[in-house]
Design a protein around this ligand. Structure first.
Ligand code: SF4
Length: 456
């Protein structure tokens, strides 16, 4: 019997010819990622279970990347980074992206020159940029949105600190093989539609529990047309439907992207033609419209045009879901020559994206200049207010605000105050809403004839 893409990767990493959904298997791990929030806890589990002087299974296969609570005066956040720093030194871990400006007491200054610091920013965007995300591999991370990395055709999923401590010591994990749900997007991608609209449509369709412990495989002409940023946005939110992992079969675009980022060899995997899927859902991308998830759940789906009477206090364009280069190009097309009506925060996911704000242009004007002229406030690369964070976090909703955000989760308190209401949307919709001061349909603010997310 044939296997799905997810099953084939897991079988290969279990040293078996085949696996079937529901089987429990030992899986060899290619990359273990942790960050400043979960890293100290993972290290604690590892040292408790394997010994204070134990060595990690492979210092080349562990990536430690502080990204969450960076630009804050919070001493506990600084302490977390100091723990990571010491561990990396003791263990000889090669891939560590230190925010070296966080030193001593007080508030760190934003990086002056990204080239002079190893700091990168949000893990799920920085790992692909740095070549750690490769087709056919198993990548585990202590972050629920680790499913993002399935966009290159890897098996990638979030794990807790206890599992991660075990992986740190052994390089293996005991996993149950998930059954696969297939989501096929047929038709042409309309100019106003983004990966965010597509995944919000799916989650609205199946609910936040609709793919619990299942692989979510995305396929079809419209998915194949998307660039890597957009594919990452779709896979990133698999967890918001309860998915174990999100995955897209690697194609020529994937291979070109990964090879441009690393010299490490990798073996892409594709699913068998006769694979068995638990369920297949088919959508016509050409008929989808700009989509929003209302507070307080990613499955509270509505169309942007149905919510124009919702007045907003803030627009937030950032995070691993909505702070990539494609996201800011999209926002710039809407914001060019316009002024925002509400406070609008721009947070690049990584230092590479931040640098691109100066080099990429829309109609001859840099993205940074467009955002500044529109009245936006641009912050340093990090998770910033996507997860709320300490009280002094950039863009944090410290009051019961109504926020439209390109982030991925809108449970109460997610961006700060538990009384704030967060509307999840694409960067096109978030930018159009920033100009309007209420939820807005980007089609009224945008006249491009080709979709932004299909170019490289
Ligand atoms: S940007 Fe948000 S969703 Fe992404 S890793 Fe950071 S806190 Fe998590």
């Amino acid at each position: 019997m044939g296997m799905t893409l997810t099953e084939k990767i897991l079988a290969r990493h279990a040293g078996r010819k085949s696996v079937a959904p529901g089987e429990n298997i030992w899986v060899n791990v290619d990359v273990l990622m942790t960050h400043d929030v979960c890293g100290p806890g993972t290290i604690g589990v590892f040292q408790e279970e394997f010994g204070a002087k134990a060595k990690v299974f492979d210092p080349e296969k562990i990536v430690i990347i502080p990204d969450h609570y960076i630009f804050t005066a919070d001493p506990k956040a600084h302490r977390n980074i100091q723990i990571l720093r010491q561990f990396v030194k003791d263990q000889g871990i090669r891939y560590y992206y230190d925010p070296d400006f966080v030193a001593g007491d007080g508030m760190p200054a934003p990086y002056a020159d990204p080239k002079k610091t190893p700091y990168k920013g949000v893990c799920h965007v920085a790992l692909p940029e740095e070549g750690h995300t490769r087709p056919g591999e198993v990548l585990l991370g202590t972050d629920s949105h680790t499913c993002t990395h399935g966009a290159v055709g890897a098996f990638a999923t979030g794990i807790g600190n206890t599992d991660a401590g075990f992986v740190m010591g052994t390089g293996k994990l005991w996993l149950k093989v998930p059954p696969t749900m297939r989501f096929v997007f047929e038709g042409e991608v309309p100019p106003y539609l983004m990966g965010k609209d597509m995944i919000l449509h799916v989650i609205g369709d199946i609910s936040t529990a609709g793919a619990t412990y299942r692989a979510m495989e995305f396929a079809g002409q419209a998915v194949e047309a998307l660039n890597m940023d957009e594919r990452m946005t779709i896979c990133n939110m698999a967890i918001e439907a309860g998915g174990k992992n999100g995955i897209i079969a690697p194609d020529a675009r994937t291979i070109e992207f990964v090879k441009s980022r690393t010299d490490k060899p990798f073996e892409p995997v594709t699913g068998d033609r006769n694979a068995t899927y638990l369920e297949t859902r088919t959508y016509d991308a050409s008929k989808l419209e700009p989509t929003v998830a209302q507070p307080h759940s990613p499955d509270r789906r509505a169309l942007a045009r149905e919510l124009t009477d919702v007045k907003l206090d803030r627009s937030y364009i950032g995070s691993c879901t909505g702070g990539k280069i494609t996201d800011f190009v999209a926002a710039a097309y809407v914001l060019k020559g316009r002024t925002v009506a509400i406070e609008t925060f721009i947070v690049p996911a990584t230092t590479e994206v931040d640098a691109a704000l100066d080099t990429l242009k829309v109609d001859g004007e840099s993205l940074r200049s467009i955002f500044q002229a529109a009245g936006c406030t641009i912050g340093p690369a990090s998770c910033a207010a996507c997860l709320g964070g300490p009280h002094d976090t950039f863009g944090r909703a410290n009051a019961p605000l109504k926020v439209i955000a390109t982030t991925n989760r809108n449970f109460p308190g997610r961006m700060g105050s538990k009384d704030a209401g967060v509307f999840l949307a694409s960067p096109l919709t978030a930018a159009a809403s920033a100009v309007a001061g209420h939820v807005a349909d980007p089609r009224d603010y945008f006249d491009r004839k080709t979709p932004i997310g299909t170019g490289d």
